[in-house]
Design a protein around this ligand. Structure first.
Ligand SMILES: Nc1nc2c([nH]c(=O)n2[C@@H]2O[C@H](COP(=O)(O)OP(=O)(O)OP(=O)(O)O)[C@@H](O)[C@H]2O)c(=O)[nH]1
Length: 157
């Protein structure tokens, strides 16, 4: 038996999740998970499980409202993966208003940051499945609009 935080899931039930990749000035909106949820203290994108009869976009909108208190606008599905613990994850590029006031829900989120992709990739607390996402982005498996060459040093960094 391993002690993986997601091992509480029944193997026969394939969970589905959707997350929001929100970019501002070449930085990604990242949350640190609270101590009350699985994988406490890990860094990841806002998002969560898709409920029955809910689309991926609807799940993104609901989870972002619940976790960081803002309206979000899913733009494009950029990637899809399956975690080592058997969850299907849909990765959505999404936007929030420039003047959106982020208010985290402390039950679920300990803090939030805007991080460059390279900073996130190197972060010791990054959720393992998000390493795979960043590696796939680096390998240009997918692209994100207005954010080409995400791992290159940039004059504004
Ligand atoms: N929120 C979030 N979940 C992610 C990311 N990457 C990733 O593999 N996941 C996986 O997606 C699944 C849903 O995450 P979650 O634990 O935030 O969802 P949730 O709050 O709805 O959990 P629950 O359905 O048990 O209440 C988990 O298996 C989680 O590990 C990410 O960047 N953000």
């Amino acid at each position: 038996m391993t002690s993986h935080p997601y091992n509480r899931q029944t193997p026969s039930v394939r969970r589905k999740a959707a997350v929001a990749v929100i970019v501002r000035q070449r930085r990604l909106l990242v949350i640190r998970r609270s101590q009350n949820v699985p994988a406490p203290g890990k860094l990841c994108f806002p998002g969560g499980g898709i409920q029955p009869n809910e689309s991926e976009q609807e799940a993104v909108v609901r989870e972002i409202a619940e976790e960081i208190g803002v309206s979000c606008f899913p733009q494009q599905k950029i990637w899809h993966s399956q975690t080592s613990w058997g969850t299907d994850v849909a990765w959505w590029a999404a936007e929030i208003a420039e003047d959106a006031q982020i208010e985290i829900n402390l039950d679920e989120v300990a803090e939030y940051f805007w991080l460059r992709p390279a900073e996130l990739h190197a972060h010791v607390d990054l959720l393992p499945s998000n390493h795979e996402f960043l590696s796939a982005w680096k390998a240009q498996t997918f692209t994100i609009a207005d954010f080409s060459d995400p791992f290159a040093r940039h004059a504004d960094d």
